[in-house]
Design a binder for this molecule. Structure first.
Ligand code: PGA
Length: 250
C-alpha cells in the first residue's frame, strides 16, 4: 500500500499574522500519529516562519517553484540550495498557473525537476489538460507529452520517489473537480505509462488537484490509483485542510 500524501498549495496568499494562526491551528489539529504525509507549500518569504512552526510537527513544508540554475546572475530567482537551508523537502514544479503566466516550457520544467531530485528533495510535478483538450478527447496525449520531455531528458528512473499531481486546468479554482472516475482513469494511465521501472512503480505517488474540498476528498482518495491530493483554496482553512487530510486515512 502506498502511503497517501496531502499537499496544501497556499499560492500567493497569506501574511505573517494569518500564517501564524493557520500554522498554529494545523499543529494543534494534526497529530503525530496521522498515517498520511502532509505538506504545506508556502510563498518563499514565509518559508522561515513555516519552518519554525512546523519543525516539531508531523507536517512537512515545501516551495511552489525553484530556479533551474544553481546560482548566479538570475534576478528574482531562488535556488534549490536556498530552499534546503529552510528545511524545504518538497517543491511544486510546473503548476499550470506558472506555465501559463510565465510561459514555462516543458524543458524548463524538466530541468527544475532534475535539480530538485539532485538536491535530495521531492518534486511535485503538475500535469493536466485544458478544457478544450479534454473536449477534443486528447487529454491522455497532452499529459503523456508533458511526461515525455522529462523521460527523454533524464530517463524514467528520475520518477523514483517523486510525486505527480494530475491537475486538470479546468478543475483548478473552479469548484468543478474532476469526478473520481475521471481522476482514476488519468492516474491509471500515468501509472501504466511509468510502469516499466520497478523502483518507480513502488515509490511514485500520483495525487489529484483541482477543487478538492472536504466534501469530495474521500471519494477521490478512495480511487485505487489516487494517492492523495494537491489542495489550493481549501488548504487556507485549517478545519477544511484537516478534514481533507483525514479523508486520506484510508
Ligand atoms: P484549488 O487549487 O484547490 O483552489 O482548485 C488547486 C491547485 O491549483 O493546486
Amino acid at each position: 500500500m502506498r502511503r497517501k500524501i496531502v499537499v496544501g498549495n497556499w499560492k500567493m496568499n497569506g501574511s505573517l499574522a494569518s500564517n501564524e494562526s493557520l500554522l498554529k491551528a494545523l499543529t494543534e489539529k494534526i497529530l503525530q500519529t496521522i498515517p498520511v504525509d502532509i505538506v504545506v507549500c508556502a510563498p518563499y518569504p514565509y518559508l522561515s516562519q513555516t519552518q519554525s512552526y512546523l519543525k516539531n510537527s508531523p507536517i512537512r513544508w515545501g516551495a511552489q517553484n525553484v530556479a533551474k540554475f544553481e546560482s548566479g546572475a538570475f534576478t528574482g530567482e531562488v535556488s534549490v540550495s536556498m530552499l534546503k537551508e529552510f528545511g524545504v523537502s518538497y517543491v511544486i514544479i510546473g503548476h499550470s498557473e506558472r506555465s501559463t503566466a510565465y510561459c514555462e516550457s516543458d524543458e524548463n520544467i524538466a530541468t527544475k525537476f532534475m535539480m530538485v531530485k539532485k538536491a535530495g528533495m521531492t518534486p511535485i510535478l503538475c500535469v493536466g489538460e485544458t478544457l478544450i483538450e479534454r473536449e477534443a478527447g486528447i487529454m491522455e496525449k497532452v499529459v503523456s507529452k508533458q511526461l515525455d520531455t522529462i523521460i527523454e531528458m533524464y530517463g524514467e528512473e528520475i520518477f523514483d520517489g517523486a510525486v505527480i499531481a494530475y491537475e486538470p486546468v479546468w478543475a483548478i479554482g473552479t469548484d468543478l473537480a474532476a469526478s473520481p472516475e475521471q481522476a482514476q482513469a488519468m492516474h491509471q494511465f500515468i501509472r501504466e505509462k511509468l510502469s516499466s521501472n520497478t523502483k518507480v512503480v513502488k515509490s511514485l505517488k500520483i495525487i489529484y488537484g483541482g477543487s478538492v474540498n472536504p466534501q469530495n476528498a474521500l471519494q477521490l482518495f478512495s480511487m485505487p490509483d489516487v494517492d492523495g491530493g494537491l489542495v489550493g483554496r481549501a488548504s487556507l482553512n485549517a478545519s477544511d485542510f484537516e478534514s481533507i487530510c483525514h479523508s486520506a486515512e484510508i
